[in-house]
Design a protein around this ligand. Structure first.
Ligand code: AFP
Length: 310
């Protein structure tokens, strides 16, 4: 917590961190758009939208509403060259001729199927310089997510550490944690996917963690599950290769790259089981990949098990 430092807002923190004015402005625009998503989540329609996304998943009205809110806000922002949303199957060109522009890949409401049971959900954003959204994980210049939970909190990094802001009753994001750091080893595991579809190597790793007494924490929402690992600083989140699904479930561009960027910026690690997640090349916007992300020693042990350690 930041008791000794005056509680400052997001815009001032970005400025004092030396973030470029254009990128500062974009991050603030994104933060503003999430305030309207919050309102939709708190009061919106929980029914189906009658449409499906590029993965063939039925879209909830909230998925479409959240996507429209963020798309509209970013489309009005002169700093944006192009955008890609997990809820759409295209990259939308906004101001491609603006050379100082940025591209934003986002998941407008990740975990939306949890809203009707009142569990925490979130929005995830990944920012690149220029108009090409498929530059790869290492080319991100910033990443952020917002958790719509008991508190509404925003986590961002633009390469100068990872910081948390909480939305106050005046509608301002105020700094609540600065320079968040992961421990090298944890005691929490967040195991996605169906156990009966685990590969033998992954199952061996899960049994290793269980034998060591790791505590299982899994809500089914990527954003709150990652947020827990990040803020506790001690654990590993996994959505592995599954039998019949070699690339797991989660999307590289919209979910895994930004999460991996934030956790690496906090001193942790992220892998697809073979290589650092941020080094996994991206060929198309709907690409999926397995992920092991959290404390670096936990991720290293996972990779050893996935490569045959007993
Ligand atoms: P929904 O958006 O369909 O709720 O899926 C959420 C999610 O994409 C991600 O937020 C979770 O980590 C993951 O799926 C949970 O998947 P399982 O339900 O297979 O555990």
């Amino acid at each position: 917590m930041t008791a000794e430092r005056e509680i400052i807002g997001l815009r001032r923190h970005l400025r004092e961190s030396g973030i470029k004015p254009e990128l500062r402005g974009l991050i603030c625009e994104i933060a503003e758009s999430t305030k309207y998503v919050i309102n939709a989540v708190r009061t919106g329609d929980l029914g189906l939208a009658g449409t499906s996304n590029l993965y063939g998943e039925e879209q909830l009205a909230l998925d479409v509403l959240s996507d429209n809110i963020i798309t509209e806000q970013l489309s009005k922002c002169s700093l944006v060259a192009s955008i890609a949303s997990e809820e759409k199957d295209i990259v939308e060109s906004v101001h491609p001729d603006y050379k100082g522009g940025y591209s934003v890949a986002f998941d407008p409401l990740d975990g939306s199927s949890l809203v009707d049971v009142n569990l925490a959900v979130g929005s995830i954003f990944s920012i690149y310089k220029g108009d090409n959204i498929l530059q790869g994980g290492r080319k991100q210049v910033a990443a952020m997510f917002v958790v719509y939970g008991p508190r509404t909190s925003l986590i961002y990094s633009a390469g100068e550490g990872v910081h948390e802001f909480s939305l106050n009753h005046l509608g301002d994001f105020k700094l609540t944690r600065e320079n968040i750091q992961m421990k090298d080893l944890g005691n929490i595991y967040s195991p996605g996917g169906n156990r009966n579809k685990y590969t033998p190597e992954h199952l061996n790793y899960i049994k290793y963690l269980e034998n060591k007494g790791y505590k299982l924490r899994y809500s089914g929402g990527l954003v709150p599950d990652i947020n827990l690992i990040l803020l506790k600083g001690e654990g590993i989140f996994m959505y592995p290769e599954l039998i019949g699904a070699p690339n797991g479930k989660l999307r590289l561009l919209f979910e895994l790259y930004p999460v991996a960027y934030l956790i690496e910026q906090a001193g942790g690690a992220a892998s697809d089981g073979k290589q650092p997640l941020l080094d996994v090349p991206v060929d198309n916007i709907d690409q999926r990949a397995p992920i092991y992300v959290g404390c670096k020693n936990d991720v290293a042990t996972a990779v050893e098990y996935l490569n045959g350690k007993e």
